[in-house]
Design a protein around this ligand. Structure first.
Ligand SMILES: *[C@@H]1O[C@H](CO)[C@@H](O)[C@H](O)[C@H]1NC(C)=O
Ligand SMILES: *[C@@H]1O[C@H](CO)[C@@H](O)[C@H](O)[C@H]1NC(C)=O
Ligand SMILES: *[C@@H]1O[C@H](CO)[C@@H](O)[C@H](O)[C@H]1NC(C)=O
Ligand SMILES: *[C@@H]1O[C@H](CO)[C@@H](O)[C@H](O)[C@H]1NC(C)=O
Ligand SMILES: *[C@@H]1O[C@H](CO)[C@@H](O)[C@H](O)[C@H]1NC(C)=O
Ligand SMILES: *[C@@H]1O[C@H](CO)[C@@H](O)[C@H](O)[C@H]1NC(C)=O
Ligand SMILES: *[C@@H]1O[C@H](CO)[C@@H](O)[C@H](O)[C@H]1NC(C)=O
Ligand SMILES: *[C@@H]1O[C@H](CO)[C@@H](O)[C@H](O)[C@H]1NC(C)=O
Ligand SMILES: *[C@@H]1O[C@H](CO)[C@@H](O)[C@H](O)[C@H]1NC(C)=O
Ligand SMILES: *[C@@H]1O[C@H](CO)[C@@H](O)[C@H](O)[C@H]1NC(C)=O
Ligand SMILES: *[C@@H]1O[C@H](CO)[C@@H](O)[C@H](O)[C@H]1NC(C)=O
Ligand SMILES: *[C@@H]1O[C@H](CO)[C@@H](O)[C@H](O)[C@H]1NC(C)=O
Ligand SMILES: [Cu+2]
Length: 539
């Protein structure tokens, strides 16, 4: 069936960045993953949905551990079978167990069915992946477990990378930098992917502007900018014209930190860079771009909110106007009380936690939620995820930072049940427990329209007047403004279990997640097929 091949290494290394990229057109896609790790912590889960393959009727190929499948154990293999329909642009794949995606990820390019001339922009001379990564000089499994064991923030990373290379600002890689060779006068398509675990990133190329043409595999109106901001999980496609004097120019990335100055946690403040070099350039010192300050929220906000969708373009989906399910979902950090006799080094003598609508999400550990859904097994999750927060309070007022009566969220595995094809509108509202922060909220299985975004508490009366129902951006991951809100809307036309979670790996395991259970529709073409025979067993 597969018309093209993709290679995916059986994954061993926990440290080296592993990368692959593949060009695909809309067609059946088959990926075989085998795990040859020899220690049990090497459970590998590929989560293909990542930058949002829609997985229509193939929820079994989505990937997140204990949500749609059990992990692929050492020695096992599993073939992910799915079609790519209704999407063009850049997505990616990554492991979805613990922090393993730090090293197990790669790019997916989806090209128009009728070839590259069908792009809604002039055909670029070349297409170049830019995978921005994050690197620890340690086993990321150890780093994660060390943090979780005592409920404190895990160690920060040691480097960022561009296509696996940190660049010459780090002592380990002075002479080993990612380099793009360009011809003066030609235009290139950069497919930028934020594959970092815990950081939003600013990305710039000295002396050049970029034109955004797509985000998260959905075309946008052309938007010219000298800086790109991406949150983990997101992708941005930009055209860049080599129109400057023949020479060498650095491209560079460093984090965007969204917390207020007084509550900045320790973060990796290093800068990765590579070179954008013109043919014929004499060897010389490349020009360095001036990146925005780490705390430059206005620049990030401008980029994130100025983008609009290419209404009427390829695969454009009009905004559904009739809403069946209105949800208001608060999300942010919390504290978990220290269990008896345990060691806790987190805030308030407890442990870091996180929640959505005051439910701190816990995945099952002995079966997948999707199998429970398919076979009707009860006791794995409940369907009472609330449509609204249990309490109304001043969500983004910093005076609630450590409010003892509000900050402890119970642990649960609750989903919101949706009728097939229901239209859902979610107000995503950040809270100020511990601090306010921009969290990249990722919805599996669906692209959503972003109707409006803002700072402070969402005001239903006034803010709903700002909805863009004409050409809003379509995404699968939204970096909700720090101490603010975003309103998203999507149609639940795909049966299965779909996680909604923060894409920062420091927040996902402590509970910043929920899930949708989308019921089957009326006929076979709207019914989840049985699990593939090679779906990994849980034991
Ligand atoms: C992909 O699409 C083809 C043609 O519609 C269909 O026969 C096949 O079952 C689909 N594959 C999957 C995995 O859904
Ligand atoms: C990584 O850490 C080891 C010590 O654990 C140190 O010897 C080495 O220099 C470090 N490498 C880098 C690139 O930081
Ligand atoms: C985390 O950092 C501390 C302090 O630098 C170090 O002692 C510890 O070994 C690190 N943990 C891991 C898992 O690398
Ligand atoms: C890059 O831009 C800077 C600032 O505008 C300018 O001073 C410099 O000459 C430019 N360098 C090149 C090689 O064009
Ligand atoms: C990065 O953080 C370290 C440790 O806090 C500090 O010494 C250094 O000046 C910072 N560097 C930058 C570029 O902010
Ligand atoms: C772009 O962002 C700026 C700064 O946030 C804002 O003033 C402006 O209204 C935005 N324009 C659009 C078209 O969203
Ligand atoms: C906590 O430690 C005390 C003293 O060792 C012991 O009696 C008690 O059973 C422990 N509680 C739990 C829940 O382990
Ligand atoms: C599995 O989950 C159950 C229910 O949350 C919990 O009680 C148990 O400790 C977990 N087991 C492991 C090995 O994590
Ligand atoms: C899985 O764990 C849940 C919660 O601890 C328990 O109710 C259920 O019986 C377990 N299922 C299996 C198959 O062990
Ligand atoms: C935040 O809450 C405090 C305490 O309730 C209140 O005094 C203050 O006015 C609030 N701030 C804003 C901006 O509403
Ligand atoms: C969350 O739930 C806990 C336990 O029911 C409660 O004490 C707390 O006030 C709730 N917090 C919020 C913000 O709803
Ligand atoms: C889902 O609902 C839309 C209208 O909102 C309708 O156009 C579409 O046909 C429905 N899809 C299915 C598969 O029923
Ligand atoms: Cu988060």
């Amino acid at each position: 069936m597969a018309r093209f091949a993709i290679w995916l290494a059986c994954v061993l290394a926990l440290l080296a960045s592993s990368m692959s990229s593949a060009a695909l057109v809309e067609h059946t896609f088959k990926v075989i993953i085998c795990s040859i790790g020899h220690i049990s912590r090497c459970n590998i889960i590929l989560h293909f949905n990542r930058h949002g393959i829609l997985q229509l009727l193939t929820a079994w190929a989505d990937g997140p551990a204990f949500a749609t499948q059990c992990p692929i154990r050492p020695g096992q293999r599993y073939t992910y079978r799915f079609n790519v329909t209704g999407q063009e642009g850049t997505l990616w794949w990554h492991a979805h167990v613990g922090w393993l995606r730090a090293t197990v990820y790669g790019a997916l390019f989806i090209q128009p069915k009728h070839g590259r001339s069908a792009y809604p922009f002039p055909k670029p001379h070349k297409e170049i992946p830019i995978l921005l990564g994050e690197w620890w000089n340690a086993s990321v499994v150890d780093v994660e477990n060390e943090g979780l064991a005592v409920g404190q923030a895990p160690n920060i990373s040691n480097a960022y990378t561009i296509n696996g290379k940190p660049g010459d600002l780090y002592p380990c890689s002075e002479n080993d930098m990612y380099k793009i060779k360009v011809e003066r006068g030609k235009t290139y398509l950069l497919r930028i992917i934020n594959a970092a675990l815990n950081n939003q990133l600013f990305f710039k190329i000295a002396n050049h502007t970029m034109t955004v043409v797509a985000i998260d595999a959905a075309y946008t109106d052309h938007y010219e900018t000298d800086v790109v901001v991406t949150a983990p999980g997101q992708t941005v496609d930009v055209l860049i014209k080599a129109d400057q004097p023949v020479g060498s120019y650095y491209m560079a990335a460093h984090p965007y930190i969204s917390t207020p100055p007084e509550s900045v946690f320790p973060f990796d403040n290093t800068t990765t860079r590579g070179v954008f070099a013109y043919e014929g350039a004499k060897s010389q010192n490349p020009v360095m771009p001036t990146l925005p300050d780490f705390l430059d929220t206005p620049t990030a906000h401008k980029f994130y909110t100025n983008l609009t969708g290419l209404a009427g373009g390829p695969h454009w989906v009009p905004v559904p106007l009739q809403v069946d399910e209105h949800m208001f979902v608060t999300f942010g950090l919390n504290v978990e009380r220290c269990p008896e006799n345990a060691t806790c080094l987190g805030p308030l003598e407890g442990r870091f936690s996180a929640s959505m609508n005051n439910e701190s999400f816990v995945l099952p550990n002995n079966t997948s939620m999707l199998e429970a859904f398919y076979y009707g097994v009860s006791g794995v999750y409940t369907t009472d995820f609330p449509d609204n927060p249990p309490l109304v309070f001043d969500y983004t007022n910093m005076s609630i930072n450590v409010d003892d009566s509000l900050i402890y969220a119970p642990k649960s595995t609750k989903v919101k049940k949706l009728k097939f094809n229901a239209t859902v509108e979610m107000v995503l509202q950040n809270t100020a427990f511990l601090t306010v922060e921009s969290h990249p909220i990722h919805v599996h299985g669906f692209n959503f329209h972003v109707l409006a975004q803002g700072f402070g508490n969402y005001d239903a009366t006034n803010d709903s007047k700002k909805f863009n129902l004409v050409n809003p951006q379509m995404r699968n991951t939204i970096a909700v403004p720090t101490g603010g809100w975003a309103v998203i809307r999507f149609q639940a036309n795909n049966p299965g279990i779909w996680l909604v979670h923060c894409h920062l790996d420091v927040h996902l395991p402590v509970g910043m997640s929920m899930a949708f259970e989308v019921e089957n529709g009326p006929n076979p073409s709207s019914t989840l097929p049985p699990p593939p025979s090679d779906l990994p067993k849980c034991y």
